[in-house]
Design a protein around this ligand. Sequence first.
Ligand code: 48N
Length: 327
Amino acid sequence: MSPPAATFGEPSSPTNAAQLKAGFDVKPVTINVNKSKTLDELAYKWEEGFKFAPIRESQVSRAMTRRYFQDLDTYAESDIVIVGAGSCGLSAAYMLGKARPDLKIAIIEASVSPGGGAWLGGQLFSAMVMRKPADAFLTDLGVAFEDEGDFVVVKHAALFTSTLLSKVLSFPNIKLFNATAVEDLITRTSPDGTLRIAGVVTNWTLVTMHHDDQSCMDPNTINAPVVISTTGHDGPFGAFSVKRLVSMQQLDKLGGMRGLDMNTAEDAIVKRTREIVPGLIVGGMELSEVDGANRMGPTFGAMALSGVKAAEEALEIFAERKRQNEY
Ligand code: 48N
């Protein structure tokens, strides 16, 4: 039996068909009983009958849960899963969202707040440095920077990360599941014994953190033929997928991130972003834990371009899986 189609099925109505064909350039249909006002109409008139429209608490609950559980159903079969919404994972998502509006892309982020280590430069300083040619990514994203010759400076790292995040979240075929941890990988073993990654195992992050002190709290799953893991090199969940590959005996041992060397580190991370085991691509600083690459410290160009490369690799693998009808 062929696996359930992971991409969008036949549109249910001509309207949907037009919407799908328009590449999701659909205008939200507002069923707006109460006419919305403009800020100018509201300003300075708070005492003149200002009042919010009425609500019942259950309406808020249903508005949230209906959508969330629909998303869980929709993305239970994803085309690509990205683990970790740091600068690398978000850059990969941005490239995939632009290139393939027909694919379902799920991002799993353990923290409530996505963005990983990219909200500040180094040692809590605000500015973010990217060495050329990573300025190409900033230009594509529409983030302003100061040109310093061999490198560029974004005035605040949060400007880069919030712009990237807002662009990624605006793609209708990308869903961010934050406060959700990947706590295992779905695997398939071919007759010749080759192991392939076929999705991720998830749980609420707070649950994942308390498996040892609570009774059994089983996880949920997301099937996908391609997983991109960009879980960073440190932090409570850092380098998750590569550590799991070691415990599954798919990697002999962690390579161990080496000392700081900007010139060596950034080229290595971008050039060696790749499929580590069939179906699993590793990028960003998680890769330093596989290859024993140097760290680069407070320069972020390699994160962006590793994400670009991870997206390219993912699309190649996805096409191959589709040809082999292997999910
Ligand atoms: O920002 P990070 O940690 O990882 P990258 O690779 O996107 O960017 C790394 C970059 O910020 C640096 O470390 C800079 C360049 N410094 C280098 C240096 O030499 O110090 O983002 C990883 C994200 C985080 O948001 C984690 O919360 C998340 O991944 N995460 C997970 N999400 C879901 N499930 C997991 N198991 C998991 N583990 C981590």
